[in-house]
Design a protein around this ligand. Structure first.
Ligand code: ZN
Length: 381
């Protein structure tokens, strides 16, 4: 669309708040959501999640109550944007650092999520999605293999295990709350949207692609409005996970590819050539149809399907890159990240508790199938 639309909670980017709170799924999400599916069955639904297109009630996932339009407040704080511009060159922004220290973004999010969920049930909703973001935050900060009391002090929130235990307690509250309100046992699905890989320590494992492009003589940008700051921009980098990134070459496409090929941190470079999807991997360029010969399905589950599906979108970057094991595309000292196609990043667990169902184990399923499987168990269709 020729514009940068931010869905990240960049504190210094109030226009991102507007996009994330008001436009994300309502305006920009193309796919049919489960909220829209259940509408066809006359089931009222709520969302306590970023994805909420089609939900009858849209709750905030960070504060009690409905998701309010942040436009007014954000507009007043637009001056903060100047702190975001060119931060790649200046390094870490001290103001942002201070704000994050004072108000850890994820504090109490689990409690709020359960509170809003029960409000949705009371209002008559019989389908809903609730997002607990603390496990993700904690496993980025402390690493996916961090255990309570081992790394830090037992009372402080300092491990992935802490976050997981906390969610376990909140799930119990949620379950009991639903039973109390409806007088019935709910079908409860606990699923994760991705896994998490451990990251290695040291600056060379936490790479800012914008810096790398700048070092190689291209003007690169991320998280800022091209119209305002980026009139001379040649590359836009949109990082996710942050072990994958969409790279949009506004000019100098060949040079962008050359630079990417020479970066130590990159595992795969995916791009299109006409109708073919190609993958650059260890110095070779492979057609995605043959990717199975290079990336095993055990180590890179559904790599071919996921790459092909990704490249179908018109919003996709000119290049999509993933990081090698132990690396992320972000400066800092985080100990975990995701976004790659490798097993650790991709695979997680799902637990479905459905009244009247006998215990059954399924070895391997796609996350997109989990809700469908549960619906079939409950409604038989
Ligand atoms: Zn994450």
């Amino acid at each position: 669309m020729g514009e940068y639309i931010g869905y990240d909670f960049e504190l210094t980017m109030p226009d991102n708040w507007i996009d994330a709170s008001t436009n994300l799924s309502d305006k920009h999400l193309i796919a049919k959501t489960w909220f829209e599916v259940v509408k066809d069955y006359n089931i009222k639904s709520f969302s306590v999640d970023l994805v909420r297109k089609g939900a009858d009630i849209k709750f905030s996932f960070i504060k009690p109550g409905l998701d309010r339009d942040l436009t007014g407040l954000a507009k007043k704080l637009m001056f903060l944007r100047r702190f975001a511009g060119y931060k790649n060159v200046k390094g870490k922004n001290p103001i942002k650092k201070l704000i994050l220290k004072l108000i850890p973004f994820h504090a109490f999010q689990n409690e709020v999520a359960v509170m809003n969920t029960l409000k949705g049930i009371k209002a008559g909703c019989r389908f809903g999605v609730t997002w607990f973001m603390e496990t993700d935050a904690a496993s980025h900060i402390f690493g996916p293999d961090s255990f309570e009391g081992e790394v830090g002090k037992p009372i402080l929130y300092d491990s992935f295990e802490d976050a997981l235990k906390d969610i376990d307690e909140e799930l119990e509250k949620m379950y009991n709350g639903v039973v109390r309100i409806t007088g019935k046992e709910p079908a409860l699905l606990v699923i994760s949207d991705h896994g998490q890989s451990g990251l290695r320590k040291g600056k060379s494992y936490h790479v800012d692609l914008v810096e790398e492009f700048e070092r190689n003589g291209l003007h690169a940008f991320s998280k800022i409005d091209l119209h305002e700051f980026g009139e001379h921009g040649q590359v836009v980098v949109a990082v996710s996970g942050p072990r994958m990134a969409h790279v949009y070459a506004l000019s100098e496409k060949e040079k962008v590819f050359e630079i990417l090929k020479n970066l130590d941190c990159i595992e795969l470079i995916v791009f299109k050539d006409g109708n073919e999807v190609l993958v650059h991997h260890k110095g070779e360029t492979i057609n995605v149809k043959n990717i199975g010969e290079y990336l095993s399905n055990e180590e890179y589950p559904f790599a071919r399907e996921r790459i092909s599906g990704l490249m179908e979108s018109e919003r996709c970057g000119d290049f999509v890159v993933t990081a090698k094991k132990g690396y992320e595309f972000q400066r800092g000292e985080n100990k975990g990240a995701h976004g790659g196609l490798n097993f650790e990043d991709s695979v997680s667990f799902a637990v479905a508790h459905i009244p009247g169902q006998r215990e059954k184990e399924i070895d391997f399923a796609l996350s997109v199938d989990v809700v469908r499987l549960a619906f079939e168990s409950v409604y038989g269709k």
